[in-house]
Ligand binder design. Structure first.
Ligand SMILES: [Zn+2]
Length: 132
């Protein structure tokens, strides 16, 4: 439905990287081609926690459910086979972006989170409303 790069401290620590790229998608539009997932609890910025689905073999995060909504998979976009198909449409929590990360000014940046109504396409908003 949308792809954003999150530069919050939690994502930096949890991915051991500069930022994470997330793409929320309906679970009905997600299919695991191979492998097996295991579920682990994880922290979230909102404090509500989330469930992380990891590859059983390597432990990499594949997707998570946030706000206890099992209908939405928040894909870890860069784990996809073709991650370049889903470049970030926004950068969020740039207030804690690492100083050496240089962002392209053509992609909107937000100190914290964006207003979904403003950022999502009308099609994505309609899809999102179906699973909330
Ligand atoms: Zn984050």
């Amino acid at each position: 439905m949308f792809t954003h790069a999150c530069h919050c401290r939690l994502c930096q620590r949890y991915t051991a990287s500069a930022f994470v790229v997330h793409s929320p998608v309906e679970m009905t539009n997600f299919k695991l081609d191979r492998g097996e997932l295991v579920q682990t609890p994880g922290p979230s910025g909102s404090g509500g926690g989330h469930t992380i689905n990891r590859c059983k073999n390597c432990g990499d995060q594949i997707y998570s459910h946030v706000f206890n909504n099992p209908k939405i998979a928040v894909l870890k976009t860069t784990t996809l086979d073709q991650p370049n198909q889903f470049p970030p449409q926004a950068h969020i929590y740039v207030q804690t972006k690492l100083h050496w990360v240089e962002l392209n000014d053509t992609v909107p940046q937000f100190d914290e989170f964006y207003d979904r109504e403003e950022m999502y396409s009308s099609e994505s908003l309609a899809r999102r409303k179906q699973v909330e």
